[in-house]
Write a protein that binds this ligand. Structure first.
Ligand code: ATP
Ligand code: MG
Length: 362
């Protein structure tokens, strides 16, 4: 079987450099390698409503932001189907049938969901829709028979859950669904980028992010606020590199060319780290370097975004066309699923013949 790629994002805010490193960069790489049969990227608005049901305007407003972010990092709508989850009703139908295959205890054990429940203060008030979102994510993946999922590592428990449902479905109803695999960034540090506060994962919901659409000034301001080493007070003090967010971001983004261009006193990151450890290197120097390094990546993204902000008709058509395609493709799987369960009453003569057979006069 060929490669079918699917991934998505919740329209709860603009996308940030954590998304870029954890998933978007890999998506563009996969797109450009062109070794796939189908490629889908979904704006998960229905999933976003599971914990934002009381603020639907926020979700509606962010749909366009997320699609602009896709296009600005270089996702090509001629190669990738970009679609809106809530418009594809086959996905909610599939979710309903998959719900029978998972226990509530299993859902509560999901470590990502567990930490999200406590982060959102949902401890005794978790909406059942939120608890169920890994099941709806299984519907998203299986509806397109996707087997390659470019994500950050917070998604691993979701994919494990998805594959459990697939195996259970296939063992009860027959081989219809396909198992999937995560496509993770190579470097460990890129799989879960921390926020500028240095504490939790960079996340749209936590206000600790550098957004792809931030202006140069905003990026600089956020970098200058970054946490480094609290014991590195005077320039001459020895500093710690481990746990220092500026170095963590440099590990992800900086290369030797950047040193030649912006900090020629050092050849590479190892030299810079050694100097910082020894003392005599101020935080302002490393922060200014990081700003330059980030700008190299963010400037072209900002420019492409600017183009699409001025061509919104094009963007609207991309989402509409992609969604129509997704509806068509997901419906095919829904038909297979209903047939496997035996709830395809009017798709052919079979049900009619069965009821007649049953009551056929002797
Ligand atoms: P929310 O707070 O609304 O859940 P989020 O910032 O976690 O938003 P999602 O839309 O849930 O973003 O995640 C989209 C994709 O980005 C997923 O593949 C996820 O693994 C990846 N991702 C999100 N945050 C990070 C991060 N800090 N580092 C690496 N990958 C990330
Ligand atoms: Mg998330």
């Amino acid at each position: 079987m060929g490669k079918i790629i699917l991934t998505g994002d919740r329209p709860t805010g603009r996308l940030h450099i954590g998304h870029y490193v954890g998933s978007l960069r890999n998506r563009v790489k996969l797109q450009n390698e062109e070794q796939y049969d189908k490629y889908y990227i979904m704006v998960a608005d229905a999933q976003a409503l599971t914990d934002n049901f009381d603020n639907p305007q926020k979700i509606r407003d962010n749909v366009i932001e997320v699609v602009l972010d896709y296009l600005s990092v270089g996702i090509d709508p001629n190669k990738v189907v970009i679609f809106l989850q809530s418009e594809v009703s086959a996905l909610t139908e599939l979710t309903f049938y998959y719900m029978n295959l998972v226990t509530v205890a299993r859902l509560l054990r999901n470590p990502t969901v567990k930490s999200e429940i406590s982060m959102r203060g949902f401890d005794n008030t978790v909406p059942s829709g939120f608890l169920n979102y890994p099941i709806s994510q299984t519907a998203d993946i299986t509806a397109f028979k996707a087997n390659c999922i470019p994500v950050g590592d917070d998604q691993l428990p979701m994919l494990e859950q998805c594959n459990e449902i697939v195996r259970k479905f296939n063992s009860i109803y027959g081989d219809v669904l396909v198992e999937c695999e995560a496509y993770l960034p190579q470097k460990e540090a890129e799989r879960r980028v921390p926020g500028i506060d240095g504490k939790s994962k960079m996340s749209k919901s936590l206000g600790n992010a550098i957004y792809l659409a931030d202006t140069k000034e905003e990026v600089a301001r956020k970098v200058m606020l970054m946490y480094t080493d609290p014991d590195h007070i005077k320039v001459s003090d020895p500093g710690k590199v481990e746990g220092n967010i500026v170095f963590l971001y440099l590990d992800i983004f900086a290369n030797d060319e950047h040193f030649k261009k912006y900090l020629p006193e050092y050849q590479n990151l190892d030299e810079l780290k050694n100097k910082y450890r020894a003392g005599g290197l101020g935080d302002v120097v490393i922060k200014k370097f990081l700003i330059n390094v980030l700008e190299e990546e963010l400037e072209p993204i900002r420019e492409r975004r600017h183009y699409y902000e001025n061509h919104l008709d094009e963007v609207y058509d991309i989402i509409k066309k992609g969604t129509q395609q997704a509806i068509e493709d997901a419906n095919k799987t829904l038909i297979d699923v209903k047939k496997a369960i035996g709830i395809d009453y009017f798709s052919n003569q079979q049900f009619y013949l069965e009821i007649n057979d049953k009551y056929k006069q002797g």
